[in-house]
Design a protein. Structure first.
Length: 173
């Protein structure tokens, strides 16, 4: 019998909300290190399309990805509202930092478990294993991401300490 791997939201948490296209997403604020204005990103040769390159964040090299491309949305032009959300992920028992580009970042909100439902099993354009739940806040639906599951360690290892990449096919979102 296969055990279902499910993340349960069991207490009131704070979430950072951001927008990609017309969708509003939320990430647990405990995983957010900081939100940056868009700045120069150093391209990395042979990286997958969604990996924009690396950024110097307070002396650390942080890979930056375009969430739109990772989630299969069309590429768009950056605007004055485009932001890079620096996240801390748990990968194979170790902490890793990642910059995620979003169309805009909105606010930090409190959500209790009663405001969050399980993701739909069918009819969703998003892979449900990457979603903690669907939240409702101020008459809007939010997609709560399980950001640790969105990126595999192989994808984040694409950029090693020398800046070289490995040829690896990345899974679709």
């Amino acid at each position: 019998m296969e055990k279902e791997n499910k993340t349960v939201v069991s207490k009131t948490n704070q979430y950072l909300t951001f927008k990609l296209g017309d969708e509003i997403f939320a990430i647990d604020v405990l995983q957010v290190r900081e939100v940056l204005d868009l700045s120069d990103i150093t391209k990395v040769p042979r990286a997958p399309e969604f990996m924009l390159g690396v950024l110097n964040v307070r002396g650390s090299v942080v890979p930056v990805i375009d969430l739109r491309l990772k989630f299969g949305l069309p590429k768009t032009e950056n605007t004055i509202n485009t932001r890079i959300v620096v996240l801390e992920l748990a990968l194979e028992g170790e902490q890793a930092q990642l910059g995620a580009m979003a169309d805009s970042v909105h606010e930090v909100i409190d959500m209790d478990p009663g405001q969050i439902e399980d993701p739909p099993k069918i009819g969703s354009r998003w892979r449900t294993e990457f979603i903690k739940g669907i939240g409702k806040h101020d008459d809007q639906f939010l997609i709560l991401l399980d950001i640790d599951r969105v990126f595999s360690s192989d994808e984040l290892a694409l950029v090693d300490e020398t800046g070289a990449t490995v040829d690896e096919e990345t899974p679709d979102f």
